[in-house]
Write a protein that binds this ligand. Sequence first.
Ligand SMILES: Nc1ncnc2c1ncn2[C@@H]1O[C@H](COP(=O)(O)OP(=O)(O)O)[C@@H](O)[C@H]1O
Ligand SMILES: [Mg+2]
Length: 374
Amino acid sequence: MSAYVRAVRLVNFRNYAGATALLSPGLNVIVGENAQGKTNLLEALAFVVAGSSPRTPNDSEVVRWGESFVRVEARIADGEHERRVAVGYAPGSKKRLTVDGAPVESLARYAAGAVGVRAVTFFPDDIRVVKGAPADRRTFLDALLSSLRPAYARAVAEYSKAIQQRNQLLRRIRDGLSSKRTLATWDRKVVELGLELLAGRAAAAGPLDEHFGAAMSALYGPQKASVSYSHSATPEDYAEALREAHGADIERGTTSVGPHRDDLRILLNGIDLTTYGSQGQQRLATLALKFAARDYIRNATGQDPVLLFDDVMSELDERRRDYLARCFLESTQAVISTTNLRYFEPGVLRRARILSISGGSISQTTKSSVDNSR
Ligand SMILES: Nc1ncnc2c1ncn2[C@@H]1O[C@H](COP(=O)(O)OP(=O)(O)O)[C@@H](O)[C@H]1O
Ligand SMILES: [Mg+2]
C-alpha cells in the first residue's frame, strides 16, 4: 500500500492556534460551516507534504494573524515505517523542513521524495488552470514535474532567472548600454535550460493527454477530450527562433520565444475549453486534469498520491458525486471538504472518517461512531 498521512498537527496555521487531526487511509471527509477552517486544514496538509502552500507563494500569509511563526507536523505511514515530517516558518528566517528530526536543506528534495508521499490538490480557484492565462497552465505542469524530480524544479528556477537576466540585457542593448554581441552568450544558457524544460514537458504531454481523456470520459461523457502541448518554438527550431527574434526582443525588452511562452491546449470535441468552455465544463476539466496528475504520479513513482480536494462535490450532479465518492473510497487516501454531508451517501460515510471543523478546532468522529449514529 502507498504511504499516507496518519496525523497532522497545526500550530498557528491560519485560523488554527493549535489543532490535531487523525486521518485514515481511504476517504476522510472534513465537514463544517463556512469560514470555519476546512480549506485551511487542506492547505495545511498540502503545506506539510509539499513544503509550501499551493494557494500562495508567500509563506507569511499562512502564519496566524498576530503570531510570529507557523508550524505543521505530520506522521506519514509508509508500510511498516512511520516518518515524522515538519515544516516550520518564522517570517524573516529561512523555512525549516525536517524528516525524522533531520533538516532537509532543499525544498525540491523535501517535496520530491524525502517526505515519501505526494499530494494532488484541488481548490475551487484551480479552475484558472483551464480558464486562466497560459502561465496558470505552465505552473500546473511545472509543479507536477517538480514534485517528481528535484532536477526539474531547479531547471525551472534557473530558467526563469536566466530569462529575467536576458530581458535586462535586451533593455540595456536597446538603451545603448550594452553591445548586441553579448546576447549570444545568454542565448546559449537560455537554450540549454529551456531545452531541459521542453524535454520534461514533452515526456509528460503524451501520458497526461491519455489520463485526461480517460478522466473526462468518466466525469463528463463519451466526447473526445484532449490536452496537448503548444510550443512557441519546437526544440529543433528553438535556438534559431530565439536568434530570429533578436530585433523584436530588443525593441520590446522581453524574450518572445521559449518554454515560458508555451501553453497547454485543453480541448473537448475539438473546442478549446479555455476560450469557449462553460463554467461547468471548465470545472470538470480542472478536476480531470487533477486526476490525470494523480495517474501520472502513480505511474512515475509506483505510489498513489493523496488527494486533497476542497469543496469538490457542491457543484456536481448526483451521478458525478457518486462516481467521485467511489474514486475517493478506492484511493489510498483522499481528504475532501464539504459544507454538507448529504453530498455523500450513507453507505459511503460509513466507510469514511469524518472530521468536524468549527472555529479552527477539529473534532473527530471515528468510522464506527458514524455507524452507530445511524
Ligand atoms: N493567516 C490567517 N490568520 C488567521 N485567520 C486566517 C488567516 N488566513 C485566513 N484566516 C481565516 O480563516 C477562516 C477560515 O477560512 P477557511 O479555511 O477558508 O474556511 P472554510 O473553508 O471552512 O470556509 C476565515 O475566516 C479567514 O479569515
Ligand atoms: Mg473553504
